[in-house]
Design a protein. Structure first.
Length: 543
């Protein structure tokens, strides 16, 4: 009799059968953000999505309520995960699993609501105006899931793109794709197309090369500027990337002479890149407002570094592999951190009789300029398994229980068995799809370790650093000169301690009787634990 009444009422056999029932059930959830509560809400999202018999308007109303209840909890748990992202403990992994599952289910839940509307299910006419919002929220949920995977160096499977393309194709068909919506409270307007463009551009920007903080910043930047990217149904200038809505493949760089097609869409940085360039200039001049910083947790140096990365990968000619890579099976020694690298690289010692020319050649009156004192050496090298090598890069598998520090942007020293000296580079990319694999970019094969005595500049006197930058309290710092690295605007390049770059700063390279002055002239990038900058040799009395 009860089953007959449920059938007659047109409601599904589900505790959250409509908005009123869902509000009553969810009112009993405990207060506060806990993993268990998010998992319960995630279960309800999947259950509501999978249960047949929901009217289109009822399913969407319940899905929006679940989103409203779970969204703040997910945001709090994400911050907990992100604040401990370097710990890699089980608790952090449990949060990651729960968030991935929740955002994936939420995207699928909204996608089911769109499918109900597309198929003309009961109540579809009541939600037509809500479809742009449902589509935007579905794509937002998938973008958050993608970001989480990137944060743990896990790639996005090829099959993950098809649901996104299918929804966008439907949005175009119904002309929902450019309808302005406010996805969530206190946000600016977005569109279905903008939400898709954010996912595409983040993928095209090589997210596996970002340290976690920079990846999060890139996500915020693209959330603001992706709406200004170029989009076209036909090939045109400024659209140098391609997707095929029918094929369901990841976006790719536009092949030459690509023809238009029914499912092909062409995109590029467009005005988004122009706006990023303006923001970068403001950052370089330290003129960003708090709002423009995307949050107080992001520094101007991080913003400049991320924007440069986005400009490179989303520009007309994205970076590509310039050197052939050959397979290599060998062990390679790896250390990380500036001090351990400086202790192993060629070092210029005080009073060693070494001169350093403007092209960074070493000229020594004595042959012994490498002085390593065993008890002073920090960090025992780890042994990784080299898999391939190019002229300025190598790939390696990281054995279990090693490389716990490794992530994109980490400075590292590398020693190959066939080489006498240590090289210096950075972890450029990470991939954890099948074991843990990293790509290392080589900065220099003959780095020179030096001490710098910081002299300051007219507007950056040493006495004023604490007030002007909030991070300087020393007179000496380690540095690594890169004699064989590509110059930047004809200036040689060096590596400094993190957060140690001050424009125009003067430093003395400590070499005893052969000391020279340098001036920091260009900030290039900030890694997780280093700053790469260009410098010029300075002569007193000259600007």
């Amino acid at each position: 009799m009860l089953d007959w009444i449920k059938h007659f009422s047109g409601k599904p056999d589900h505790p959250l059968r409509d908005l009123e029932a869902a509000q009553e059930v969810l009112a009993g959830l405990p207060e506060g953000a806990t993993l268990e509560t998010l998992q319960q809400l995630s279960h309800w999202v999947a259950s509501v999505k999978e249960t047949p018999g929901f009217a289109c308007d009822d399913r969407l109303a319940v899905m929006r309520l679940l989103d409203q209840k779970a969204g703040p909890q997910a945001a709090i748990l994400f911050q907990q995960f992100f604040s401990k992202i370097h710990q890699q403990d089980r608790a952090a992994r449990n949060i990651w699993d729960a968030l991935c599952e929740y955002w994936g289910r939420l995207g699928e839940g909204y996608a089911q609501c769109v499918a109900d509307f597309e198929h003309g299910e009961k109540g579809a006419k009541n939600v037509e105006e809500e479809m742009p919002l449902a589509l935007a929220r579905a794509l937002r949920a998938f973008s958050l899931q993608f970001k989480l995977r990137y944060l743990r160096f896990v790639g996005v499977e090829a099959r993950a793109w098809m649901p996104l393309y299918r929804m966008y194709a439907f949005a175009e068909l119904k002309q929902f794709d450019t309808v302005p919506v406010v996805a969530y409270a206190r946000e600016v307007h977005t569109t279905v197309r903008a939400e898709l463009q954010k996912v595409l551009l983040l993928y095209l920007a090589a997210p596996h090369e970002f340290p976690p903080v920079q990846l999060e910043l890139a996500f915020h930047i693209l959330a603001r500027f992706a709406i200004s990217a170029e989009w076209s149904r036909v090939p045109r200038e400024g659209c140098n990337f391609l997707i095929n809505l029918a094929a369901g493949e990841a976006p790719l760089h536009l092949p030459s002479r690509e023809m238009s097609g029914a499912g092909k869409r062409f995109l590029g940085g467009g005005q988004a890149l122009a706006k990023l360039a303006e923001l970068r200039v403001l950052s370089e001049k330290n003129m960003l407002s708090d709002e423009q910083r995307f949050g107080k947790e992001f520094s101007a140096a991080q913003i400049i570094t991320v924007i440069k990365h986005l400009e490179a990968y989303l520009g007309a000619i994205p970076p590509s592999r310039r050197y052939a890579r050959t397979n290599v099976a060998a062990e390679v020694s790896v250390v990380h951190g500036l001090k351990p690298i400086c202790q192993r690289a060629t070092r210029i010692e005080l009073g060693s009789g070494v001169a350093l020319s403007e092209d960074l050649d070493l000229k020594a009156k004595t042959a012994n300029i490498m002085k390593l004192v065993a008890e002073e050496i920090e960090s025992t090298p780890e042994t990784w398994l080299q898999k391939d090598q190019s002229e300025w890069g190598l790939g390696a598998d990281i054995p279990p229980d090693t490389g716990k520090w490794a992530e994109p942007g980490k400075l590292c020293g590398i020693k190959l068995r066939a080489e006498k000296g240590w090289w210096v580079g950075i972890v450029r990319s990470m991939n954890a799809d099948h074991g843990l694999h990293c790509g290392i970019r080589i900065f220099s094969k003959r780095p020179v370790s030096v001490w710098l005595r910081v002299l300051g500049a007219a507007e950056h006197q040493a006495a004023n650093w604490a007030s002007s930058t909030g991070s300087f309290s020393y007179d000496y710092m380690r540095a690594i000169m890169l004699p064989d690295a590509l110059k930047s605007h004809e200036h040689p390049v060096m590596i400094l301690e993190n957060k140690s770059y001050v424009p125009g700063q003067l430093c003395e390279v400590m070499m005893g009787e052969h000391s020279r002055l340098i001036k920091l002239v260009e900030f290039l990038e900030e890694g997780e634990d280093y700053v790469r900058a260009a410098f010029a040799w300075h002569q007193p009395g000259k600007a």
